[in-house]
Design a binder for this molecule. Sequence first.
Ligand code: SF4
Ligand code: SF4
Length: 327
Amino acid sequence: MPQNYQQLVSQDLLTEYCYKKAKLTKALENPQSVEFDMLYALVAKEMAKVDPPLIIPYVEFCISAQCTLKCRDCANFMQHYQGKAKPMDLEAVKSWIVAFVESVDHIMTLRLMGGEPLMQKDFTKLFEFVLTLPKIQHIQIVSNATLVPKDDLLALMANNTKCSFFFSNYGSKLAPKYDAIVKHCLDHGVLVQSTPADISWFDMGDTHDRHLSDEQKAVVYQNCPNNCRHVWNGEFHHCPRSAHAKYLGLIEMPEQDYVPLLELDSATRRERIRKMYDAPFIEACNHCSLSKEELKLVPCAIQVTTQRPKATSNKNASTKRSNNKRK
Ligand code: SF4
Ligand code: SF4
């Protein structure tokens, strides 16, 4: 014979239910209570497991390869454009940003860079647009401090903790207005991150094939101090070398090494972006000198018109160094 209700639902079960309901009612009645907080913590824990958000700690967007300098050892391969870099296409760059932002839940830092982004006549328009995107926590503009930021840009950035400048410092010869530009921004209430002058860069070498096995590529990749994530030409790459070498036809890039943002629907884009973070290596590492065996330092921002001096051995190099992942 089927069990009756009392047999199915014991007094203990009823008591436990009433206890939980009482606690829940109390929690919901008082949003300031500890119980309310605990409830939210429990819900958040479950949500993070069942439907994990895609949070991007850092991503950089190259808006144009045009630059005011021609650094021989530019980690981002700008020197390979050799005067063929095109000005920013505002609508194209906006479309890359929209596609990326649409497919993720939150971006902690988004960097806008070039080349030199302040060369672009529509840069303020682009920046104004990016500022309106609520999923972005912080926007940083990367500049080589050779151009004074325009007043309309500074007005948008003034007293706004959502954005900042990062100024690379290539010394008084290449960036004679460095100190004045930094001061000008600070005087306008703009957040500024600056670097010391005369830093050294890692010499990342040219794009020749190092003939590494997959295991060796994985070692190079895992030991890489750079953690970039770079969007260029509508593609999300792990590293700027990968993005620009592919664009310039210098390295043949396998499909899994990048996400063509504009060619995929939002869900597939999201899946591919997430997957990229777990890649064991990328092909660009087979064309890079940023490995323990090859690691050397060079003075920063040597211009292409000068002779290439012998790179300094890492062992004897100055401690003042930068991973030149950026400029
Ligand atoms: S190519 Fe590989 S090793 Fe070189 S900077 Fe990019 S991720 Fe790092
Ligand atoms: S390192 Fe910076 S300043 Fe030099 S060429 Fe590259 S983007 Fe331009």
